[in-house]
Design a protein around this ligand. Structure first.
Ligand code: ADP
Ligand code: MG
Length: 241
């Protein structure tokens, strides 16, 4: 059963057609890749789901509810959380405080009544940074900063997690470890969409992938179907992949 439905979503920025009539669905418990070269519209799709951007046309349904015109905090409260491409920890607060902030009643991403220390520990433990709660963000290696960003997203208790380029800047060992973390999320019932501009390692993790190119949906399919598709290979020609 599909938990997320993207239905004919178009997003224009003035004369620029960033996302052009894109539709896809995500089933409960799946890990879906949303891939495509840089500038193909992947982050814009996430921004439309989160209502950071208003869609120009089309609709977005989550858990059977049309959330197209919901405000961002309503989208979050309904069970969707997004980890953006950029990390933005508050450098004057330790890791634990950074996570706590996302559970506060007055936070723009408010889920509820603020979390106890045990709950903060639990969010951190789900991404294996529970021994770093007292550390300051600038003491952490890049991979742990990214894990902190994921812990912040978990603090809103999402059913659906949107991950924008979660592996960027990581070495192979860190990528493998993070992929194992996402497998664990899936085993615990989470639904995940992962944006990546590379196809490579992601294909071992995802059940299906949707491919964007210049704002258009090129195709969707299993990892094998995607990697063997000549249109996808052509789209990636001359890019970093
Ligand atoms: P991707 O995440 O696939 O690299 P994006 O979704 O970030 O691509 O961008 C798709 C296109 O939309 C790009 O041409 C980008 O410059 C443009 N774009 C994204 N956000 C904005 C914005 N806020 N204003 C104007 N153009 C934007
Ligand atoms: Mg992007």
């Amino acid at each position: 059963m599909s938990v997320l439905e993207i239905d004919s979503v178009t997003k224009r920025f003035g004369g620029l057609l960033a996302v052009n009539d894109v539709s896809f669905e995500v089933d409960r418990g799946e890990i879906v890749g949303l891939i495509g070269p840089n500038g193909s519209g992947k982050s814009t799709v996430f921004n439309c789901i989160m209502s950071i951007y208003d869609v120009t046309e089309g609709s977005i349904t989550f858990d059977g509810t049309d959330i197209t015109d919901h405000r961002t905090h309503e989208v979050v409260n309904s069970g969707v959380s997004r980890v953006s491409q950029e990390s933005n920890p508050i450098e004057s607060m330790p890791v634990g405080g950074n996570i706590q902030l996302f559970t506060l009643p007055n936070s723009i991403v408010s889920f509820g009544g603020g979390a106890s220390d045990a709950e903060i520990y639990e969010y951190a433990a789900r991404v294996d940074i529970e021994d770093k709660l007292e550390e300051m963000p600038d003491e952490l290696p890049h991979a742990d900063i990214r894990r902190l960003e994921i812990a912040k997203a978990l603090a809103t208790e999402p059913e659906l997690l949107l991950l924008d380029e979660p592996f960027a800047g990581m070495n192979q060992a860190e990528i493998t470890e993070l992929a194992a973390t996402f497998e664990r999320f899936r085993e615990n019932g989470m639904t995940i969409v992962i944006v990546d501009h590379n196809m490579g390692g992601l294909m071992e993790l995802v059940d299906r992938a949707v491919v964007l190119n210049n704002g258009d949906k090129l195709m969707e399919g299993t990892p094998t179907q995607v990697t063997e598709d000549p249109r996808v290979q052509k789209a990636y020609l001359g890019t970093a992949e």
